[in-house]
Write a protein that binds this ligand. Sequence first.
Ligand code: ADP
Length: 242
Amino acid sequence: MSYLELRGVSKSYGTGAAEVHALADVNLAVEKGSLVAVMGPSGSGKSTLLTIAGSLEEPTSGEVVIDGDPLSSMSRSDKARLRRRTIGYFFQDFNLLAGLTATENVALPLELDGVSGRSASRMAAAVLADLGMADRGGHYPDELSGGERQRAAIARAIVGERSLLLADEPSGALDSINGESVMRMILNACRRGVTAVVVTHDAQLASWADRVVFIRDGRIVDQTVPPPSPEALLADAPAPRR
Ligand code: ADP
């Protein structure tokens, strides 16, 4: 079943001669628990796609459906709850707060959602441990390496019951080893049921995804075909001879 669907989504900015069509009739269905990578040149609409999928902006036309619920039929408070509780955002300009430790940064979205401080810290520590940061939670961002900061930001995006991860260049500014470990973490989250859409410039990292979608001038121009499941291959195999 699709967890996230964009149906005929268009987004224009400006009017008249200055009008920019950032997205034009985008259709995208992302299966629950799958990882979709989005690639395309600068200015092709990748960030716009993420912000609209994350209900941070409204499409000019078309519909976004999350877990069967069209965003257009949700009240403002329903959408706010969705953003607080269900969607994890990893955006380049959304840094860790310098005055909070890694654990406190990861716990913050839970606390803002009303989870008690103690439970929030426990959940934050568990996610950090999953990401190989068990002994780094008490450190402040400026005491962490770039890769560790990136991991803490991923932890903040997937902590709690979050089930949709939207990430813009999660491996940006990382070397290839750290970039791969970030993709591996996202893939592990997907195997636990999180649905993820990840924008990346790096074809090597995109190859970790279940499907790669290519976008140009606001349109999806191509996508990779998901590899067949082992079950499907067996179903197609000729019956063994006796
Ligand atoms: P990408 O993430 O692929 O670099 P964007 O989604 O940021 O592309 O942008 C797609 C197009 O929409 C670009 O032409 C960009 O200039 C334009 N755009 C994006 N956001 C805005 C905005 N807030 N106001 C006006 N134009 C915008």
